[in-house]
Design a protein around this ligand. Structure first.
Ligand SMILES: Nc1ncnc2c1ncn2[C@@H]1O[C@H](COP(=O)(O)OP(=O)(O)O)[C@@H](O)[C@H]1O
Ligand SMILES: [Mg+2]
Length: 313
């Protein structure tokens, strides 16, 4: 592990000097609520995974379940205000039985019959996974098609790329590969692998799982070190562009790469955590100071990326 030094961003500094200073309270719902994020993203022409259905009340469960039973593709169930992978369920396919019942085949919970699946959805509506603990909505989203290099590393799920964006400038990045342990979700505290990405080259240079350094993906044994993230420029530009959706100056932007659609905004976080520093073996303070002291105002997103690549080392 790397030594504690003054470059490390601490939780106190993160809250008092970044979140409280640069993140506008009124805009929190835009990033905390995935349905609102999706709506805003559309008005800003920011590409996102396709949302197939919203379910807002228990009364809507029956008719919407009928639609879901007939989908012949995979999909993902999400609590709109969920966080850290809680409540996310990946449905690989729906099949029908002889007595015309439906079975939902999921990555994490195995096969669920329609009553079990309805019960699961009902739990989300009741707020079981909601950030604030109150009633929630359900988002049914297309399942991202994994690109080949990523599928070979983590066949259990889609990795997402977390970029810390300060005042519109990308300053640090990591990719989170799902594991069997994390149930196909790229959330570090569930046991996903986090790999630091060199901003300039887009290559992985260090990886962790459960806060310990590792070299290979634990499920597949694939080497992570040196892997170049496909479409890296697009990913950085999308992160810088997505930050324009809300007035959240210190932001975590999560991006996925779809085999057919390229880089897409998955979600945003107004209180991004600190473990990106472990994945990168590097503190955030240096990059934060560089942006706060030197970054020029009024650049467009492409120029902000260019500036970061030249100035954040
Ligand atoms: N549309 C999708 N297709 C495939 N996997 C997904 C999809 N959406 C989310 N996931 C997986 O679930 C994880 C968590 O999803 P996310 O939308 O970031 O929710 P949370 O706020 O709970 O972290 C992602 O890291 C990814 O691995
Ligand atoms: Mg997430």
């Amino acid at each position: 592990m790397f030594k504690f030094n003054k470059d490390i961003l601490t939780n106190n500094f993160r809250i008092s000097q970044l979140i409280q200073k640069y993140n506008q309270r009124e805009d929190y719902p835009i990033v905390d609520n995935k349905i609102l994020t999706a709506k805003k993203a559309q008005t800003f022409n920011v590409p996102i995974p396709e949302n197939l259905l919203f379910i807002e009340t228990h009364g809507q469960l029956k008719p919407k379940l009928e639609i879901l039973s007939k989908l012949d593709d995979s999909f993902v169930v999400k609590p709109s205000e969920g966080t850290q992978g809680g409540g996310i369920l990946i449905v690989d396919k729906v099949s029908s039985t002889n007595d015309s019942d439906h079975i939902f085949h999921t990555t994490r919970l195995g096969s669920l019959n329609i009553y079990e699946f309805k019960h699961y959805l009902s739990g989300i509506l009741s707020g079981l996974y909601s950030l604030k603990g109150h009633k929630d909505f359900i988002l049914i989203q297309e399942k991202i098609s994994n690109i080949n290099v990523f599928h070979e590393i983590s066949p259990s799920g889609i990795p997402d790329i977390r970029i810390i964006v300060l005042l519109g400038f990308p300053i640090m990045a990591m990719i989170r590969f799902p594991t069997l342990l994390s149930g196909g979700r790229g959330n570090l505290h569930l046991g996903a692998v986090g790999s630091g990405i060199h901003l300039q080259s887009g290559k992985i240079f260090h990886s962790i799982q459960n806060n310990r350094s590792i070299d290979i993906h634990p499920d597949t044994g694939k080497q992570l070190l040196g892997l170049k993230i496909p479409l890296w420029e697009d990913v950085l530009e999308l992160a810088a562009r997505s930050s324009e959706i809300a007035r959240i100056g210190y932001l975590g932007v999560d991006i996925v790469v779809d085999k057919n659609k390229g880089a897409l905004l998955l979600e945003m976080n107004a209180r991004p955590g600190l473990s990106i520093q472990l994945a990168n073996q590097k503190g955030l303070r240096g990059a934060i100071n560089t942006v706060l002291k030197k970054a020029p105002p009024d650049l467009n997103y492409k120029d902000r990326v260019k500036w970061s690549l030249e100035n954040i080392k």
